[in-house]
Write a protein that binds this ligand. Structure first.
Ligand code: TRP
Length: 441
């Protein structure tokens, strides 16, 4: 069966960036950074992006493109005897877990489009804005309804195929989102007359870091770049051989970081100006942003468009997870694309109803995926590179476009000696602290 590919270079980068940029940047990054004390956490995050996440991203791209196959088959092709294909299966499980809670949050975003449109967010004071979010979260019917709409939209795009669907949407809309984020940033910073938000994000206080923060910084890097479960492997299989793979990976990582950073600049100043605690958890974006919109010219309009584009960013990410599932069903069970999509969406809705009704389940899935499943997946993926592919083949793939990848020795060193062991170390600490918490709580 012929596999579809991306039509253009910009299209492939836009689609991978579309997967990376999503609620992970605008919803998850600020709330996790807020909970972990701000600037020092940001620094750790940058460090992990460069030393661990970027090499994993390059590896995922290479493995996908090398084989041209979806994730489960990719590992089996490169290493027929081992159990490495298990990476693909764990990715499929992981995609279900993430999709189920991700689409609940995306559903809230969509509900906020509706609230903005109907003017229900206008003129509220910060306390009322917080109450609105609490109401949203605690009413399962709202969450379930909007989650189902979100998942149907995602399913619609995926059912229409890779290049026609994904590429077309992400290329146009992401730049508009970026522009709006910058506009909102400016207003938010101007509200925070004492610059507390900027200090929070930029002046590190290392006493606020704990082992928990180290783990969460790593988890956030994986989550934000869509790593550790085969999303980027699958996207890699769609990238053309003519494209400069290491450079594409770097562009995607840079875009992803930049947007998360801007999201921080947008949220924290407003949080301080409006008296919202930056460590208040998963509701942070929803409890801060409406306050900025309420205090800026054309706030009504901007709030509608902003939440709408956030929905789009969430859809492009959600698509990339659904794509992993659908690709798996297509190649393994020889299903037709529409039928595979309906099946995957229906299963996700069932899990999602759990997350929508029972918020501890949402938190648990969020934590489980970012802090356990993805780093573990990333560990095996990066370990696969020196063990089963080797430097020669890896280099050939990364230079297949005909250019040189000068930093290859650095990449390979990180892939062999730094990234896997750092992940393992952090991961084991995570397990221990987790067990500790369970034992002594
Ligand atoms: N990276 C996306 C975001 O930041 C979410 C996402 C898409 C994802 N695909 C993934 C996370 C695969 C982990 C794994 O919103």
């Amino acid at each position: 069966m012929k596999r579809e590919g991306f039509n253009s270079k910009a299209g492939a980068i836009a689609a991978a960036a579309g997967s990376a940029v999503g609620l992970g940047n605008i919803w998850r990054f600020p709330y996790v950074t807020g909970e972990n004390g701000g600037a020092a956490f940001l620094l750790l995050y940058v460090l992990f992006m460069i030393l661990i996440a970027l090499p994993v991203l390059m590896s995922e791209f290479s493995i996908g493109r090398m084989t041209g196959k979806p994730v489960t088959d990719a590992f089996k092709t490169l290493s027929p005897k081992g159990y490495w294909y298990g990476i693909g299966f764990s990715g499929v499980v992981c995609a279900f877990v993430i999709m189920s809670f991700y689409n609940v949050v995306a559903g809230w975003t969509m509900y906020y489009v509706y609230l903005s449109l109907t003017g229900k967010l206008q003129g509220l004071n910060p306390e009322e804005v917080s109450q609105t979010f609490e109401h949203t979260m605690s009413d399962p019917l709202i969450s379930i309804f909007w989650m189902i709409i979100m998942l149907s939209l995602t399913g619609y795009v995926v059912a229409h195929g890779v290049s026609k669907g994904i590429e077309r949407y992400s290329k146009i809309l992401m730049p508009i989102l970026l522009f709006l984020i910058i506009v909102v940033c400016v207003r938010s910073i101007s509200l925070d007359t004492e610059n507390k938000g900027i200090y929070f994000l930029l002046a590190p206080d290392f006493s606020k870091l704990s082992i928990k923060s180290v783990l969460e910084a790593l988890g956030q890097a994986f989550f934000s770049l869509s790593l550790g479960m085969g999303t980027m492997t699958t996207y890699g299989s769609y990238i053309s051989k003519k494209q400069n793979l290491p450079k594409s990976a770097m562009s995607v990582a840079m875009i992803d970081f930049f947007i998360a950073f801007l999201a921080g600049l947008m949220i924290f100043p407003c949080a301080f100006a409006c008296g919202v605690n930056p460590g208040s958890g998963p509701g942070l974006v929803f409890e801060t942003l409406p306050n900025v919109f309420n205090q800026m010219p054309m706030g009504y309009l901007i709030s509608i468009v902003f939440f709408l584009l956030l929905v789009v960013a969430a859809v492009t990410s959600s698509i990339s997870m659904l794509e992993v599932l659908v690709d798996f069903l297509l190649s393994r069970y020889n299903m037709k694309r529409p039928r595979a999509t309906v099946l995957a969406v229906s299963l996700t809705i069932i899990l999602g109803i759990g997350c929508a009704t029972f918020s501890p389940m949402l938190d648990f899935f969020d934590n489980l995926s970012a802090n356990v499943l993805l780093p573990l997946g990333g560990f095996f993926i990066i370990l696969f590179v020196p063990l089963c592919i080797g430097a020669k083949k890896m280099r050939e793939e990364m230079e297949a476009h005909g250019g040189k990848f000068k930093l290859f020795p650095v990449f390979y060193f990180l892939a062999k000696w730094v990234a896997p062991w750092a992940i393992l170390f952090i991961f084991i600490s995570k397990m221990l602290s987790w067990m500790g918490i369970e034992l002594f709580a």
